[in-house]
Design a protein around this ligand. Sequence first.
Ligand code: OOG
Ligand code: MG
Length: 262
Amino acid sequence: MSLSPDTVARLAEHLETCELEARDTPKITDEHPDMDWADAYAIQDAIRARKTARGARIVGYKAGLTSHAKMRQMGVDSPVFGFLVDAFDVADGSGLDTGRLIHPKVEPEIAFVLKRPLAGPGCHAAAVLAATDFVTTGIEVIDSRYRDFKFDLKSVIADNTSASRFVIGARAVRVDGLDLRTLGVVLEKNGRVAALGAGAAVLGHPAAAVAALANHLGARGESIPAGSVVLSGGVTEAVAVAKGDHVRLTVQHLGSASLRFE
Ligand code: OOG
Ligand code: MG
């Protein structure tokens, strides 16, 4: 750690206030170029603690920057991990108040719901599949608090990996007999195809992203509890959305989910 506890607390308050007030900010490494990975996750943890102290419930976790398309789009080279609270959860088919967001983008994802907890080290894709209750379609709405979505890995980790909202589809599908690598993914915006991909774009297998999350949490003495939702990461580049847009994600065999920006 290179930042003092006071600085960690101040940066967490700053980033969370930007989230709650839908304001952007320059990336925090501009002012704190020496911050390290432990500082970045300490700021994210402090944001989590602020939310749970106000009554938020942790409902799941997310892996991000798990596909080459996303890494290329954001100019970074490794995955990041964040948390999801109940307030981020948006009902399938509903409308989202765009005025409460800064510059939202949507990502097509494969969502996992666990029936057993997962803990690293040594977690792998097969262990993830054995612990999975069901998989379904997941739309993630990301909304970086950084101006123009310009950040480096440490800044984005501190900002809870741009987490903002998510939609979980209504069809729960068991993983037995399903090859998540070859599932086709189609994201439509206003009735037109905006992005296309297949599950294998996510670290070769979406369950590998969940395993990486379990190993990350395990290294910090945490695990993914049973019942958690896990977003395994955008299959394609994220697609910018604005007020008036409608998005629909269809994942082969997993069904569709949709969202309106109002
Ligand atoms: C960081 C979050 C990326 C994903 O699925 O790749 C992410 C960002 O691009 O703002 O959630
Ligand atoms: Mg994502």
